[in-house]
Design a binder for this molecule. Structure first.
Ligand code: ACO
Length: 426
């Protein structure tokens, strides 16, 4: 994996040599596990901007060129040609399924779409006005109390069945969080439907009348879910790996990932984007004042849906979603003025030196809220939709970690800046 080395020389002229590890794509990584032994120092990298935490074969981002690959396949090809459940198989297993493999996988997932009846009571215990993300993080964590027959993490069959349960049950739980919030009856899954259509049915149907599926809406949601399925070692995925590295069970590890996703700097940004566009549209803010606030270093406000730790060019997912908005808003009856406003804001940032110099472009969350709104998904469910789609990515990383011969508990170091050692007053 390497034929390059890197040499560090300290001020006394003592040199230490380190291997440079190369992956299939991307820059090399200096292997520093023995750095302390060789130099007596640790590394310091707040936010882990220059730190590789693991080897992974699941997804790859080239942030300079705006490329995202899932198991080697470009995201635009997957969004056009694949289905969400096929992506789940691909991420979990490394290869696209044959027809019989897909049929078996589809059937396995369908076996697990229902949840234990007591989970309905569990969700009913939340306050009526609880945020759906608060209910989701609590309920997914609680799954380990309902399915403790499959949480022996040293057993490969248990690991697999937990992965299938999570993928199958997330749409059911997500829809229950919404129904509870609205005071509406929970709908059971219908296994005659596809994965996405089944979620739409549980989310929007009521027992009193038939629910008519819209193939256009289902395909739009399916594409959104494909685009959100995985994304390398982002904050929530790294959280799942770190939580899981201690041997925590898969349900607890994924609950930790959901908690991390909730923040506005990560998956919570899709909700924040719509709030920002709403305030430009309805409450006297203009594009100019919004951009000026985002550039003002004395104002903590940031332009929501812009910028990314890795993409320093267009986020390829944002391009696909913007295309979806162009194609679908008329058909879905979405908020065209809000989309026009988003396009105007994007154009204004492209012409602005602040955003150009810092290479801040729209990310996936900038346009996703507009599509979700057109699908009648309420704003406080946006991050739940992201979590539902990302669950397969999280669990694929959790499984990969458990196969990794170099896997050990994650435990970063620190620079201690507190008091020097001192004695307790006598
Ligand atoms: N608006 C205004 N300025 C910004 C923005 C923004 N959205 N994002 C970054 N900047 C500026 C920073 O102030 C900084 O400026 P400086 O060099 O003058 O100090 C520079 O650009 C670099 O920013 P960092 O904070 O160092 O970038 P980092 O990689 O740490 O943060 C992040 C990335 C969190 C995504 C950031 O761009 C941000 O807060 N964006 C808005 C929230 C958002 O859209 N999050 C969704 C991310 S995608 C996802 O999670 C699915």
């Amino acid at each position: 994996m390497t034929n390059r080395t890197f040499t560090l020389t300290d001020q006394d002229g003592k040199s230490s040599e380190f291997d440079v590890l190369e992956g299939t794509h991307g820059p090399g990584c200096i292997a520093i596990s023995d750095l302390y032994a060789k130099t007596g120092c640790f590394t310091y990298d707040p936010g882990f901007g220059a730190t590789g935490s693991c080897k992974s074969a699941i997804s790859f981002i080239n942030g300079e060129e705006g490329i995202l690959l899932h198991r080697g396949y470009p995201i635009d090809q997957l969004a056009e040609k694949s289905s969400y459940l096929e992506i789940c198989y691909l991420l979990l297993n490394g290869e696209l399924p044959t027809k019989p493999e897909f049929a078996e996988f589809d059937n396995t997932i369908k076996q697990h779409t229902m949840v234990h009846e007591n989970i309905r009571d569990f969700i009913n215990g939340f306050r009526y006005d609880a945020h759906p993300m608060a209910m989701l993080v609590g309920t997914v964590g609680a799954l380990s109390s309902f399915y403790h027959d499959s949480i022996d993490i040293s057993n490969p069959e248990h690991r697999e069945i937990s992965a299938h349960r999570l993928i199958a049950k997330l749409p059911t739980i997500a829809s229950y969080c919404y129904k509870h919030h609205r005071g509406l009856p929970f709908m059971y899954p219908d296994n005659s439907l596809g994965y996405v259509e089944n979620f739409m049915q549980m989310m929007f149907a009521v027992p009193a009348q038939d629910y008519v599926q819209s193939p256009t809406a289902a395909r739009a949601l399916e594409v959104m879910m494909i685009l959100h399925a995985d994304h390398e070692q982002n904050a929530s995925t790294s959280t799942v790996r770190l939580a899981g590295s201690s041997g925590a069970n898969p349900f607890a590890s994924i609950a930790a990932g959901i908690a991390s996703l909730w923040g506005p700097a990560h998956g919570g940004a899709n909700e924040a984007v719509i709030n920002m566009l709403d305030s430009i549209y309805n409450s006297g803010e203009t594009i100019e004042t919004t951009i000026a606030r985002a550039k003002d270093k004395n104002d903590p406000f940031r332009l929501m849906g812009f910028g990314h730790r890795v993409y320093k060019n267009f986020d390829p997912r944002a391009k696909i979603i913007a295309g979806l908005c162009h194609d679908l808003l008329d058909e879905l009856g979405g908020d065209q003025p809000m989309f026009d406003l988003a396009l105007e804001l994007e154009q204004a940032t492209l012409a602005d030196d602040y955003f150009r110099e810092r290479r801040l472009y729209p990310n996936v969350d900038f346009y996703s809220g507009i599509i979700l709104r057109a699908l009648n998904i309420p704003m406080n469910m946006f991050t739940v939709m992201f979590a539902m789609a990302r669950t397969v990515g999280w669990i694929s990383h959790w499984l990969e970690m458990h196969h990794d011969p170099e896997f050990r508990i994650g435990r970063p170091r620190q620079i201690y800046t507190g008091h020097a050692k001192r004695d307790y007053p006598s």
